[in-house]
Write a protein that binds this ligand. Structure first.
Ligand SMILES: [Zn+2]
Length: 582
């Protein structure tokens, strides 16, 4: 049952996007005249929704947003009762303050005795409910920090998501005006968490706390602040904001200075590579693997990376670039939280997974040449059609990548382990195809297409490449067309560190258990098919990653979405992980 109470002379707030599922739900959606600061954005509006259902469910008490009803007598009567309800409201409010941040105060000025009585009853209800919650949850909520790890983190994600160079959609590329504004906002939040901040000479934003041993090797936590064009608000930002929120919790609980090692959050300036078509400018510089030649890469308007830095008063030379590199001895490890960008976690029904590694990648360009001719006059038996050949090659690629075991032998270049791991991780894509002369009445003379091969096992990926090339050449020979396969790009896989992954796994397990109750089986372990800053950072130090469920596996789209509860889960898991460094 969802009863909406709307009182005269009050503003009301929007329906919550997800309806409470409990059987006895009374939605005390009573709005407030009291605070003009509310209703700024959707996340805050959600925060104003009070659900009495939550009062009765121990598992979701943390979601409580309590309304305090505050009635005052009008012209006629109600004085004593008004005083009583003021008292009830004040008590309830003080209870609420102890378990959550103050949410609302409702002031109703009425001359109607029935509205007055109704408000009085509600204020008593709020008082008793608040007291009940406090009794039941004292000690439980205190270490879950929903107000920082969920409400504030989500509000910040939405706020950062509005920092864009484009009107109406999110676009924030390397060193653009919006990315500088975003960097400043992130620095504010880092300082609010008790961190010392700076921007380095590649536009990365750093926030660091030294803890008890400033000379100890530091734990780095990060992700990227740049976005694709028409992006979602969680890709990259989630990893930065959840790390800052967790450090804020450690600051609030006076544990920040008790850390055994320094912790540094880094918001990397470029991971997507939209502006300069070159990924990891930020993290590769910190890892010391960015070549000096990268400073001379130009964007579409001819501005080089060096110019872009100069426009922001950052002088970048080969020397400054080499100074950005962290000494591997000063770093203990790197951890990144990122949205999954795939549908697996949603399918499993869990918010978090540990990442076992980031897939290696090979990109090919395949060119098939045949005999160009008239679509109406060349008999089928006499054609050397590169389009039909390309179609056969693409279907071969699909079969090989779906069933590598059927194609790869256990001897030769590929051992049994590689084939096993390929079955779980190999993905192959033809994303681009073109033909010449590309006319409906012409048998093409040439067809070109790309192949993107990814797998967690480098040796296996290599074996797939050789097997694929072999079979492609055979098909081309059989069809009397010529075939060229060019290897355009290679990146080796990154395997996440076992020790870090084990720590992240147990932190995730305790978080999932806390949030979900008993979890079936183990913490999921996934492979990342997409590249992340952790890939560049693996050249500097050991890396570990956590994936967070995103709706429908959608990313690089405004439809990208992470549940508030999952943002919270990510924060709790990182908090549990950091507690092992206390
Ligand atoms: Zn990303």
């Amino acid at each position: 049952m969802l009863t909406r109470l709307q009182l005269a002379n009050m503003r009301t707030i929007e329906e919550p996007t997800s309806q409470p599922t409990l059987p006895t739900t009374i939605d005390l959606k009573i709005s407030l005249e009291y605070s003009r600061n509310f209703a700024r954005d959707k996340s805050r509006e959600r925060a104003k929704t009070a659900r009495v259902s939550d009062l009765y469910n121990q598992e979701i008490l943390e979601q409580l947003w309590t309304a305090v009803v505050f009635c005052g007598g009008g012209d006629r009567g109600g004085g004593d009762g008004g005083g009583g309800s003021i008292w009830g409201a004040a008590m309830a409010h003080s209870y609420v303050r102890r378990i959550s941040k103050p949410q609302m105060m409702i002031v109703v000025v009425t001359s109607s005795s029935s509205i007055f009585s109704f408000c009085f009853a509600l204020s008593l209800l709020a008082f008793f409910a608040s007291a009940h919650i406090l009794t039941d949850t004292e000690g439980k909520n205190s270490d879950l920090f929903p107000e920082v790890l969920r409400e504030e983190a989500v509000a910040r994600l939405y706020e950062l998501g509005k920092v864009s160079d484009a009107e109406g959609y999110l676009e924030r590329t390397f060193l653009s005006p919006a990315s500088i504004r975003a960097g400043n906002l992130i620095r504010e939040w880092m300082e609010d968490a008790g961190l010392r901040t700076w921007m380095d000479q590649m536009g990365n934003v750093h926030g660091r706390v030294e803890g008890m041993n400033p000379s100890a090797d530091a734990l780095l936590i990060g992700s990227h602040l740049d976005t694709v064009v028409d992006a979602g608000i969680f890709d990259g930002s989630l990893g930065i904001i959840s790390a800052i929120s967790v450090l804020k919790v450690l600051n609030i609980t006076a544990k920040l200075q008790k850390l055994r090692r320094p912790i540094e959050v880094i918001a990397f300036s470029d991971e997507e590579g939209v502006r300069f078509q070159s990924t990891f400018l930020g993290s590769a510089a910190v890892a010391g693997v960015l070549p000096a030649s990268a400073l001379q890469i130009s964007d579409k308007s001819g501005v080089t990376v060096q110019n872009a830095l100069m426009d922001n008063s950052i002088e970048a030379t080969e020397e400054t670039l080499s100074q950005l590199k962290y000494d591997p001895k000063s770093v203990w490890g790197y951890v990144e939280v990122h949205i999954e960008q795939g549908p697996v976690l949603e399918g499993i029904g869990l918010p978090l997974a540990v990442v076992k590694g980031i897939a290696g990648q090979t990109r090919l360009k395949v060119t098939v040449r045949g005999s160009q001719g008239h679509a109406g006059t060349v008999p089928m038996s006499m054609r050397q059609d590169p389009m039909a050949a390309a179609a056969e090659l693409i279907v071969l690629l699909e079969s090989l990548c779906k069933h590598p075991k059927d194609f790869l032998s256990y001897d030769g270049q590929c051992n049994g382990f590689a084939v096993e791991s390929l079955s779980g991780s190999l993905v192959c894509t033809v994303g681009e195809i073109s033909s010449w002369p590309s006319a409906s009445n012409v048998i093409p003379g040439q067809v070109t297409f790309t192949v993107d091969l990814r797998a967690i096992d480098d040796m296996g990926r290599e074996a797939v490449f050789y097997e694929l090339s072999d079979r492609m050449y055979q098909i081309c020979e059989k069809r009397s067309v010529s075939c060229t396969i060019e290897r355009k790009h290679d990146a080796n896989a990154v395997i996440c560190d076992t020790e870090l992954s084990t720590q992240l796994k147990s932190a995730t397990y305790s978080t999932l258990k806390r949030m979900e109750g008993e979890i079936q089986g183990d913490v999921p372990v996934l492979m990342s098919g997409a590249g992340h800053d952790a890939m560049a950072m693996s050249h500097l130090t050991k890396v570990g990653m956590l994936f967070v469920r995103c709706r429908g596996g959608i990313s690089h789209s405004p439809a990208e979405h992470v549940l508030d509860e999952d943002v919270w889960a990510a924060g709790l898991a990182i908090l549990a992980f950091l507690e092992t460094h206390l």
